[in-house]
Design a binder for this molecule. Structure first.
Ligand code: ADP
Length: 223
């Protein structure tokens, strides 16, 4: 579902920074991959390219068989909206909106009618085990619950790929564990999950670990 063929990204600068060196990668549907590497190694750059937020300066990136480099900007944005769900370290929830509204607002600019958006948002909250907290604003939720709302928001568009950037970075160990269990469950249900992390415990959850070092992708073979 994700295929990098000689994908590279050089930030123009000056001075130019070769943040991602030409790399090959194949991630199949339903895989759970963790991405690890030291700070500044190119993990965010990798995530931005994989998430269609940034275009490679060389090579081609195929998502579900679609050569994304050939798409005009609008088509690439539409593809991102349909296929990719993002989860970030800081949850980016609207503080004065309920969990349900935060999730349903993710569909605001889609063709899903309003009434249907609420039904879908409820389903997504159920999926993350938070249906009973649908009416709560983020300030009334624990960190782990907030991240679950953010995950529900990422899922509501029914993406084929969930891209998570340090999803437990702001959580204590108990809340982190609940979020990781949820990601495990989603993976078991068939979702393709990629998690960027510098946390060895999180990395160990992945069935496959990709390493990033000085802009190069590598593979860590399980012990
Ligand atoms: P990580 O996420 O692993 O910390 P990044 O992908 O953010 O690493 O950064 C990789 C390299 O690219 C670093 O040397 C960083 O300084 C550089 N970099 C990141 N973003 C930009 C940018 N917009 N312009 C120039 N250089 C950048």
């Amino acid at each position: 579902m994700i295929e990098f063929r000689g994908v590279a990204l050089t930030y123009p600068g000056p001075p130019p920074v070769e943040a991602l060196k030409p790399c090959e990668l194949l991630v199949r549907r339903g895989e759970f991959v963790t991405i690890v590497g030291p700070s500044g190694s190119g993990k965010s750059t990798f995530l931005n390219v994989a998430g269609l937020l940034d275009s490679p300066t060389a090579g081609s990136y195929l998502l579900d068989g679609i050569d994304t480099g050939r798409l005009p900007d609008r088509a690439r944005t539409a593809l991102r909206g349909r296929r990719i769900g993002f989860v970030f370290q800081s949850f980016h929830l609207l503080p004065h909106r309920s969990a349900l509204e935060n999730v349903s607002l993710a569909m605001l600019y889609t063709s899903v009618p309003r009434a249907r958006r609420l039904v879908r948002a409820r389903e997504a909250l159920e999926q993350v085990g938070l249906a009973r907290r649908a009416g709560a604003v983020p300030g009334r939720l624990s960190g782990g619950e907030r991240q679950r709302v953010a995950i529900a928001r990422a899922l509501v568009g029914r993406p084929s790929l969930l891209l998570c950037d340090e999803p437990t970075g702001n959580l204590d160990s108990e809340n982190a564990a609940s979020v990781l269990t949820l990601l495990d469950e989603l993976h078991t249900a068939g979702m393709t999950v990629m998690v960027i992390t510098h946390d060895a415990e999180v990395a160990a959850r992945g069935l496959r670990t990709v390493t990033v070092r000085d802009g190069r992708l590598g593979e860590r073979t399980p012990a």
